[in-house]
Design a protein around this ligand. Structure first.
Ligand SMILES: [Zn+2]
Ligand SMILES: [Zn+2]
Ligand SMILES: [Zn+2]
Length: 319
């Protein structure tokens, strides 16, 4: 695929990009072009922004032409970089900070079956079990003062402010799950869901792991082997149990489909089952150095197991 409209677009250092966008008139120009379906003439564009002096307007427009805006015979239009700026603004990431308080929703914990509760803050849907220890020790009570001390953390999922608006906490949870799942699928495929550069997985092993009571006192997690995937280009980073690294492998997808689970566009029941498959597995560390670990998950009594090493190479799969 090519985008010939972006031929001739310039490269910009991050400092220059921020400086170039740090002006109200320029943001108005980008937004006006973002609302347009076809190229906009100089005079129409001028009518759409608040600055009346045409010399001033022309000055700001010219700053954007090149990297963010393309000047064509038919008028001005956004280049891809300009569209990305508008996307970031419309996602609410730049301008909004909605919150919702801790709310119990009609969804069960994949470990113990009790009801879960969610809250939204700093663009994250934080998830708790109202009964068990969950998957992670969480940094309460300072950061999450409204969360009772006996609620266990089931982790957090990113969701831009646009994903919260007009949705109930339950709908926001499901949107965050589906959106986050698509990010995990990209990450597990080695591609950053934010910027498309390569991701690099790293593995942490808790050598003093003891999770017989649920959460290990040493690492604060349910599983000893923890996966973090970092983008090699932007600051995107995601972490979770090791099983997540394998959520796109063909045998697992076959296993899920055989059990009528849609791993791409899950409904409410699928989300619950996928949580169980991806997060409620057993971890048998066969050797620690070099690492060899067997992960076993079940659905409706059927087992899926894989043996992997520290390079995430799979030596054995069975189901
Ligand atoms: Zn629970
Ligand atoms: Zn541990
Ligand atoms: Zn990235």
């Amino acid at each position: 695929m090519t985008d010939s409209a972006d031929e001739g677009a310039s490269t910009l250092a991050p400092d220059d990009a921020f400086a170039m966008l740090g002006d109200e008139t320029r943001m108005e120009i980008l937004q006006a072009l973002g609302n347009a379906t076809e190229p906009v003439s100089f005079s129409e564009l001028h009518d759409d922004v608040s600055v009346r002096d045409s010399g001033q307007f022309n000055y700001h427009l010219n700053k954007l032409v090149g990297h963010f805006v393309e000047q064509t015979e038919d008028g001005y239009r956004l280049r891809q970089a300009g569209r990305r700026v508008i996307e970031a603004i419309l996602s609410g990431a730049v301008t909004k900070a909605p919150k919702f308080e801790l709310t119990t929703i009609d969804e069960q914990c994949h470990y113990c079956g009790a009801q879960i509760a969610v809250r939204y803050s700093e663009e994250r849907v934080q998830i708790y079990c109202t009964n068990c220890e969950g998957a992670y020790a969480s940094p309460r009570p300072t950061d999450e003062p409204d969360v009772p001390g006996d609620y266990g953390s089931l982790g957090a999922m990113l969701l831009p402010p646009a994903g919260v608006e007009g949705r109930t906490p339950e709908a926001a949870y499901r949107a965050a799950w589906t959106w986050g799942n698509l990010e995990i699928l990209a990450m597990a495929s080695g591609i950053c869901p934010r910027c498309s550069a390569d991701t690099e997985p790293t593995i942490d092993i808790c050598e003093d792991h003891n999770s017989t009571e649920g959460i290990c006192g040493s690492c604060g997690r349910r599983y000893a082997v923890f996966l973090t995937s970092n983008c090699t280009n932007c600051n995107y980073k995601i972490g979770g149990g090791l099983f997540l690294a394998f959520c796109t492998i063909t045998p697992l997808l076959s296993f899920l489909l055989e059990h009528d689970i849609n791993p791409i566009s899950p409904d409410v029941t699928d989300i619950h089952k996928l949580n169980r498959v991806h997060e409620d597995y057993t971890e048998d560390i066969l050797t620690i150095n070099p690492l060899k670990v067997r992960l076993t998950t079940t659905i409706e009594g059927d087992e899926f197991a894989l043996t992997v090493d520290e390079d995430l190479e799979i030596s054995d799969v069975s189901y």
